[in-house]
Design a protein around this ligand. Structure first.
Ligand code: GLC
Length: 738
């Protein structure tokens, strides 16, 4: 019987493989036949991407003539245009009015939800729940494809270690291990298993590469990182996304070690093609081709088109330079026609895989607009993700969760807000009345009769006239919940800040409220780590809710009232002061690590080297204890992995979840190695009083890194291993790699 099953399995596997091969052969034949019919102008047309004037504008230029270019078959895709009717109208022009009727791609920035807005990606990463993160991307893709979109410019996977950089909000934080897992999960969520699935769009992993290392945290600034740092820190999430199947990749605005990413042959050919065998296509960022002129790398637009096409770029987003100059450059022998044909081919392949040649209108389905958007399931998923993304930073004297029957003063500019709460890059999310404010969430949770309210101040102004009413309101309550933070557009693209304090007079308001002597809970709404040192020293509780999305207020109420016990853990380090930046947990030791016993340890005169809150940190309403760390051996070899176990106990009075984290340190390496590196995690649920043995397995492959010769190696020698609830408070063990 076993033999029959084995044979049947082999047969079905071979049928599957041969079916896939025949599909591939069919696709290649279709695309090659089409290419053979295409003129040079039509091939160039496929490499052109224009923004419509329909929706938001996400860059410095808009060419109103995109429809004219479209009618001439000179455009391969349109972005920033949504809706079944609108996309159908443009698709109709491409399919019915051009010579070959090649359908369009429709791209859009769906970064954390389309209509049902989820927490910002950085917030989602603090949930340490990959299934929830994948589901969030799946829902975003489902809603976007219900409104004509078949290409999503996400996920952003840039590792970021500088909270001044506004785009830190769009990624998964500072760690390469976790950032790589999140990148792959978001690709799975957006694309699913088959691009022909009408509910899934093509993904576009971005921004390639090292954009998060923008100098001084100022967006669009220069990036200068060593190749070892590029390979060990900034490239792995891109590799993870591409190996998870990302159909496309977007180049970054920055220059990388002197060469703009958009024309960086090392990135686009040596790495993407030669090493990673990427078979999708590469799109520039918004006019990043043209911007090689101000970079001082291209003489003019024609030169920028030559440089980027020859470096491996396939599609020009909004620059118009491929459309204008490629034919001329080919005639002059500066660009090879075969490269343009190859670029067009890659784009046509993706259109074929999306099913656009079978049915160009498959995503422009007005029926789905009515059934697949803002459903109860989607809103519940957004509320659940928001709850999981919140990080409890402080909770002295267990002031949280709020006890019922108490009079609660809700104070601050974020309490009744419905705009900031959905953050930046909020696609087609409603910005006026649909989002649930904190006030509305709390009314639903505890009843309006238990609530008092005062705005107190604006997010950013010097107007303190609201303080008196706020203080009076606070004095009438048993406990004060004050919600402060940043504008949604103080993070996101080109929204960097040189200081990370609360804007305006919000801190002054907090100090006034502190004088009332009432217990104060701060609900922080922002897109980055903030230097909330006074707040940490003087307030009773701090809950970081980031920008929690459409259901944010409901989720905040769920946590404040104890309906959900917070479980989020930071994926970015909070500095004490901005002067410490860049500050991250997996730093190098240096030759003079800080040592209080000597004057010659790396330090500042005016502040300790410690973060305000470390990577991996987050409190719960209960407490967890770690004990009995055990290693299966003192050594690890290629053939014998190492098992690490630890006993985790819930020693408090609430059931709760804990993210158990596993770190290693390669003590001596052929290059200096970080003092800690995340190598595993396990999010567990423990009932009050419950204990559990948590097991991890390490293999030598988990200990690989890129050495000075950029070889991906592990090295014999001593290692430390750490397990704990954050990157600073851990149990430690030692082993040797032999
Ligand atoms: C923007 C962003 C990029 C986005 C693109 C299209 O400038 O850098 O993330 O996908 O343009 O809107």
């Amino acid at each position: 019987m076993q033999k029959i099953i084995y044979i049947l399995t082999l047969l079905s596997l071979s049928f599957t493989i041969s079916a896939q091969n025949s599909d591939k052969i069919k696709m290649n034949k279709f695309v090659d036949d089409l290419l053979n019919k295409m003129t040079l102008e039509e091939k160039i047309g496929q490499t052109v991407l224009y923004t419509s004037g329909y929706d938001v504008i996400t860059g410095p230029t808009v060419d109103p003539n995109y429809k004219e270019y479209l009618k001439k078959g000179m455009v391969g895709g349109i972005f920033n245009g949504v809706g079944a009717d609108y996309t159908r109208s443009l698709q109709k022009i491409a399919v019915e009015e051009t010579r070959l009727g090649i359908p369009l791609l429709f791209g859009y920035d769906v970064i954390h939800g389309y209509k049902t807005i989820f927490p910002m990606p950085l917030a989602e990463s603090c949930s340490w729940d990959l299934d929830a993160i994948e589901n969030s991307a799946r829902i975003a893709s489902k809603e976007a494809t219900a409104e004509g979109i078949n290409w999503i410019f996400a996920p952003m996977v840039d590792i970021a270690r500088d909270a001044r950089w506004g785009r830190i909000v769009e990624g998964a934080g500072e760690d390469v291990y976790w950032g790589s897992l999140v990148a792959a999960a978001r690709i799975r969520g957006i694309q699913g298993k088959d691009l022909k699935d009408r509910e899934r769009a093509m993904a576009c992993v971005k921004h390639f590469a090292a954009y998060g290392a923008s100098m001084a945290g100022r967006d669009y600034n220069t990036v200068d990182v060593s190749l070892v740092e590029l390979w060990n820190t900034y490239l792995p999430p891109f590799k993870a996304a591409l190996y998870a199947g990302s159909a496309t990749i977007m180049t970054a605005f920055n220059d990388l070690n002197g060469i703009p990413a958009t024309a960086n042959k090392y990135l686009l050919k040596d790495i993407l093609i030669d090493k990673w065998k990427f078979d999708g296509f590469v799109v520039s960022d918004y006019t990043s081709v043209n911007e090689m002129i101000p970079h001082g790398y291209a003489r003019d637009e024609k030169h920028s088109a030559e440089l980027s096409m020859n470096a491996g770029l396939d599609m020009d987003m909004q620059g118009g330079v491929f459309m204008k100059y490629l034919k001329e450059l080919i005639a002059e022998g500066k660009v090879l026609e075969k490269d343009v044909t190859l670029a067009a081919r890659k784009i046509l392949i993706k259109k074929y895989e999306l099913g656009l040649f079978e049915d160009p209108y498959r995503y422009s389905d007005s029926k789905r607009e009515k059934t697949d958007i803002m459903t109860a399931e989607h809103k519940e998923a957004a509320r659940d993700m928001a709850r999981k993304s919140f990080v409890l930073l402080k909770n002295d004297n267990q002031v949280l969760p709020l006890t019922s029957g108490k009079k609660i003063a809700l104070i601050g500019p974020m309490i009744k807000d419905k705009r900031e709460i959905i953050g930046s890059w909020s696609a087609m999310g409603d910005r006026t009345n649909v989002p649930v404010s904190i006030y509305e969430g709390m009314v639903e949770a505890v009843g309006e009769h238990n609530l008092l309210y005062a705005k107190g101040c604006d997010i950013e102004s010097d107007d303190t006239s609201g303080f008196e009413e706020a203080v009076k309101t606070a004095s009438q309550a048993d406990i004060v919940v004050v919600s402060v933070g940043e504008f949604h557009n103080m993070t996101g693209e080109n929204n960097s800040r040189a200081g990370l304090d609360l804007p305006g007079v919000q801190l002054q308001l907090l100090k006034k409220l502190k004088e009332t002597g009432k217990p104060i809970v701060m609900v922080l709404m922002s897109g980055r780590p903030m230097t909330i040192t006074w707040e940490n020293a003087h307030l009773d509780a701090i809950l970081d809710v980031w920008f929690p999305g459409t259901m944010g207020g409901a989720a905040i109420a769920d946590v404040l009232t104890g309906k959900y016990n917070p479980s989020g853990k930071l994926t970015v380090t909070f500095p004490q002061v901005v002067g410490q930046i860049p500050l991250f947990y997996n730093h190098k030791s240096t030759g003079r690590p800080f040592d209080a016993s000597t004057n010659y340890g790396s330090r500042y005169w005016d502040v300790s080297n410690d973060p305000l809150y470390p990577f991996g940190y987050g409190l719960s309403y209960t407490t967890f204890e770690y004990a009995d760390m055990k290693l299966s051996s003192e050594t690890i070899t290629k053939n014998s992995p190492l098992k690490i176990s630890v006993k985790v106990s819930n020693t408090g009075k609430y059931d709760g979840e804990e993210v158990v984290q596993l770190y290693t340190r390669d003590v001596i390496g052929s290059i200096t190695r970080p003092v800690k590196e995340l190598k595993g995690y396990s999010k567990i649920f423990l009932k009050a009083g419950e204990s559990r043995i948590v097991d991890f397995t390490l293999t030598v492959d988990d200990l690989r890194f890129y050495n000075a010769d950029l070889e991906y190696v592990y090295e014999i020698g001593d290692f430390s291993v750490f397990v704990g609830g954050n990157s600073q408070k851990t149990l430690e063990g030692k082993f040797t790699l032999k």
